[in-house]
Design a protein. Structure first.
Length: 595
């Protein structure tokens, strides 16, 4: 397990809860939806929820072994889905094979490529239509021309980026689909896990690269990231390997959850309680739980603890066709009809006990009590109060202060704009379907208009803000994470997480870090007073100065309590401040010699 950086979340509009039709049919008023808000998962209705369900193995091995796509072959049949739903689950995790999805390195190519993708897509559609959230995980992979007959130490740089770009492109419109970036990393360093490295002559794709590949498609889906030791290592779970928050993955949309796998091996609440600081900051999903003795003592203890702390969990594995028993591993069922093994019966009984049979709620699990978030060290006094019903659904990503200092516009990730004090409202994107969430905003110099910028480079102008172009029609290598207008308001810059800079109108291009391998992604930008220079800041506080912008220091060599999320400059641009996710502020000015 590991800490993930909490950034502005992508607001997802509520959708109607799914409903199950008669036995054998799978219909819904809308696909299920899940997103991250703070340290919780929420459903499409905005109510906190957990993902409680089963893994369904087969699609990671049958194709590469050359005899099919699923195990059993009719995995996506209405009867099989009904069998899973009869266990009162709301989520199914489907493991994938990298080579099969991409159609490479296969002895039986008829089970790969377009055929495999179509089968998986059909299965996901059927599960979503039945009201079930789906987790897709990269389970088996291999570099180069090796066949993906198992899992490597971590996602390979040869194929995993293309795999996730393709998967995200297919499912980016399905908010009921969660992306589990890699099943069980092991035998690498934490720095490699996040930033990539070379292992035995082959490149490893770190989480930052894979998250960027997913977000570059415009996908806003929840992403799961696992720690080391086969996704079971709690050390460094909420801090980096040196005991401080370093080597942690970053998502510009703030839609990350931590994945952990728990199997019966003497673990107990003493160990699990070490995760409580993590639970206060981010959702935790146990993508696999199980035990090898065909009993349910361990998983019951773990589920009791997880229920008390709002942790999601899925049991390995539902498919038990062919009369399999627990002798082949943790098997929940003995046949395709879903008849449970003793281990499966313990799991099923526990799930059935979570909601009274007479419950009429459309949610299969009662909402969990939220874990209290961190409290700011100083109270925050509001400037004004919005009118009832005017608050947006999304998470706040920017405050645009008026020239008088007596008001501001609050901008949210769903494109909502709410004025406070003497700030004016000129329009918003709230209620409009966005391909990507809003990640940046700027006021015009006279304050009579503003621009909103989306993660896919799309620009939306309101009031007297003029449109000068956008990256919305471009295929970006990495998502946009920062936006700023020029001082005269006749142009603007967009900045991607790799430091690529896109200039429009009279905004000059003065350089970028797009061709460099960064330690951490770029998260913010500030321009000099004359607009002839700009600064980029990375999440570790690294500073990159271009044009007439001056370097006054950075935090890249410091041990931070949390990542840097943005920056601002002094009025005369003779210094700047870096703002941390934990509220920490670091200042760099010539008189102080820097940070």
């Amino acid at each position: 397990m590991l800490l993930i950086t909490i950034a502005s979340g992508a607001g997802i509009q509520p959708v109607a809860a799914a409903t199950a039709g008669p036995s054998g049919s799978h219909t819904s008023t809308a696909d299920p939806a899940v997103s991250v808000v703070g340290n919780q998962l929420v459903g499409g209705d905005g109510v906190p929820t957990r993902l409680i369900g089963v893994d369904h193995s087969g699609s990671e091995y049958a194709c590469i072994q050359g005899w099919g796509i699923f195990d059993p072959a009719d995995t996506d049949s209405p009867a099989m889905i009904d069998a899973m739903k009869s266990w009162d689950v709301n989520t199914v995790r489907v493991p994938l094979n990298e080579d099969c999805w991409l159609g490479i390195n296969m002895s039986a190519p008829q089970y790969g490529g377009s055929a495999y993708q179509a089968a998986i897509t059909h299965y996901v559609d059927d599960l979503n239509a039945a009201g079930l959230v789906v987790i897709l995980d990269l389970h088996w992979n291999a570099p180069g021309t090796q066949a993906a007959t198992g899992q490597a130490d971590m996602a390979d740089e040869d194929h995993a980026p293309g795999f996730w770009s393709s998967v995200a492109t297919v499912f980016k419109g399905h908010q009921g689909v969660v992306f589990d970036l890699y099943n069980e990393p092991h035998d690498i360093t934490w720095a490699c896990l996040v930033g990539g490295c070379q292992v035995n002559g082959s490149g490893v794709a770190g989480y930052d690269q894979l998250i960027g590949d997913v977000r570059a498609t415009g996908a806003t889906n929840v992403i799961m990231v696992a720690g080391l030791d086969w996704a079971g290592d709690p050390t460094g779970s909420y801090t980096g390997p040196g005991g401080y928050p370093g080597d942690v993955p970053y998502d510009p949309l703030g839609q990350l959850a931590v994945s952990v796998h728990e199997y019966g091996s003497g673990d107990d609440a003493t160990l699990w309680n070490r995760w409580l600081p993590l639970l206060a900051r981010v959702p935790v999903i146990s993508g696999e739980i199980g035990e090898y003795d065909c009993a349910s003592t361990f998983i019951t203890d773990y589920m009791d603890w997880a229920d008390a702390h709002g942790v999601s969990y899925l049991a390995w594995t539902f498919n038990g066709g062919g009369g399999r028993s627990c002798s082949n591993g943790p098997a929940l069922t003995t046949d395709d009809a879903g008849d449970p093994t003793p281990y499966g019966l313990g799991f099923k009984d526990h799930l059935m006990s979570l909601v009274p049979p007479s419950s009429t709620t459309t949610d299969t699990h009662a909402p969990v009590e939220p874990v209290a978030p961190a409290v700011p060290s100083r109270p925050i006094t509001p400037v004004g109060v919005a009118q009832p019903g005017s608050l947006p659904v999304g998470t706040t990503i920017a405050l645009l202060a008026t020239a008088s200092g007596a008001g501001y516009d609050e901008v949210t990730s769903d494109g909502g704009v709410v004025p406070f004090g003497d700030a004016a409202f000129y329009g918003s994107m709230q209620g409009v379907h966005l391909n990507s969430p809003i990640v940046g905003a700027s006021l015009t110099p006279d304050g009579h208009g503003y621009w909103l910028a989306a993660a896919d480079g799309g620009i939306f102008s309101f009031g007297d803000a003029d449109f000068y172009g956008s990256g919305g029609s471009l295929r970006l290598n990495r998502p946009i994470t920062a936006f700023m207008a020029t001082p005269d308001g006749h142009g603007y810059w967009e900045v991607a997480s790799d430091g690529g800079v896109f200039a429009y109108g009279d905004a000059p291009f003065l350089g970028s870090t797009g061709a460099l391998r960064l330690n951490r992604p770029v998260v913010g930008m500030a321009a000099t007073g004359g607009g002839h220079g700009y600064l980029l800041v990375a999440s570790d506080g690294g500073i990159f100065a271009f044009g007439d912008a001056r370097f006054f220091g950075s935090t890249s060599s410091l041990r931070l309590n949390g990542p840097i999320t943005g920056m601002g400059t002094s009025p005369d641009t003779s210094g700047y401040w870096l703002i941390g996710a934990d509220g920490g502020v670091f200042g760099g000015v010539p008189s102080s010699g820097g940070l």
